[in-house]
Ligand binder design. Sequence first.
Ligand code: 13P
Length: 257
Amino acid sequence: MTRRPYIVGNWKMHGTRAMLSEARAIDRAAQRHMKVEVALAPPYTLIHPIHREAEQIAVGAQDCHHADGGAYTGDISAAMIADAGAKFVILGHSERRTGHNETDALVRAKAEAAFAAGLRVIMCCGESAETRESGKAIAFVTEQLTASLPALADLPGDIAERLTIAYEPIWAIGTGTAATTGDIAEMHGAIRKLLVDLFGEEQGAEVRILYGGSVKPENAAEIFAVPDVGGALVGGASLTADSFMGIALAASEPFEV
Ligand code: 13P
């Protein structure tokens, strides 16, 4: 089975209730693009309001804590975001790894907590410009993912349904310059091989691998034509329904997953 293309908007720290009209417009447009799975990860404060109104799109969070509960001032558990209506959580984003010193081991613990709470996980990975220039991008991402993913015993049975990978080279995030289709093909191929090694031919071949980093309506179609690209994790261009759904439209054309 080939899964539908998955187009996920990461609103990062953008959005107050004034943005609910944009989420509504995205939800309405998603109802016209049923060949594509559209989802939004707004700030925590907007998860429940969007969940309450959305008819088509799934709502998720951008992070969660690894513990079930306790004395963790300011933190939010996987069960809490699920209770607010989140169906998935983005974990290991480079802005968390860099800005909050999140290690692979911490990201792995968060993923275990998210799966235990019944959430789907979008696991991010990606190398810095320095690592790419040194020719070690593939080795770095392979190691980062291996160390960030829970062991097979801690993963749900339906891995391909519950787990998505997002390859986001740090140097392409928010810069306006996406990775080349050649670089994306090479990295996604390496990630696919790792997934098959870890989870076996059947499940490993089905886990979707999203590309993220300066995806826009103008470059989406060529990125989606790259083998092993199963959709996109979109930052800036997900903040308006027009540009976000322009990307979803490009994904609704047939492309190889
Ligand atoms: P941009 O699409 O703004 O480059 O951000 C990508 C990203 O970090 C999504 O998680």
